[in-house]
Design a protein around this ligand. Sequence first.
Ligand code: AMP
Length: 244
Amino acid sequence: MGTEVDKQVVEAPAKLYRVGPVVLLGAPGAGKGTQAKRIVEVHWVPQISTGDLLRDNVGRGTELGRQAKAIMEGGGLVSDELVCGMVAQRVLTEDCHRGFILDGFPRTVAQAEWLDGFLTGAEFAAHPCTSLPPVVIEIAVSYNHLFQRLTGRRSCPTCQRIYNIHFQPPREFGRCDHDGAELVTRKDDTEDVIAQRLKAYERQTLPLVEYYKRQGRLRSVDGEKSLEQVTEETLKAIGHGHSL
Ligand code: AMP
């Protein structure tokens, strides 16, 4: 009853402030996607997952998807040029005007340097978040814990909710709590590919932690704490936003 009115009440305050760019750093399986969805629920800014955007392109058989497919299936990183172009296009769309959450991007120092240049450059100058420096949050989780998380990960193909058969199982085995769809394992969540993805992370993404630390921007959250605690610390790092 009265859900439309309730919804307006919930949505109204969100329109009064800007969140700016939020960068979620962390290894595959650290919980970036889960935390991004929680930030969306609180702040109403879109989650931009480069992994999801790439999978969408692969699924639709676009030229970009065709170029990315084999690399993704082998657990490697898609070229900086392709990924940066895709991100630029996405953050300039209107739903990103109050801010956006980058999930899985940047993943190399070259991408981080590109992002710094982009956020302070001409293309982004007319964006309402142009003056806001990104809030960079690292979700830190140890290698063994990550491996277990990734091998147990299942997702809902309908609503994209994520479960874990070890840590966060659905109520009914193999089915989404929300819509009952049959849960699926991602193609790159097999043990061999997981090992490759974690290696790619250590080699190419871990240096980003140092990059942002040197800039004095890095907030680190212990990703092995409970989901609620991680969310609380993540939201604290973002703060209350900036006036419009
Ligand atoms: P994810 O869903 O974030 O784990 O990403 C899945 C795969 O997409 C990765 O293993 C990479 O092959 C590719 N990918 C996602 N984001 C990036 C990025 N920022 N740079 C390069 N490759 C990416």
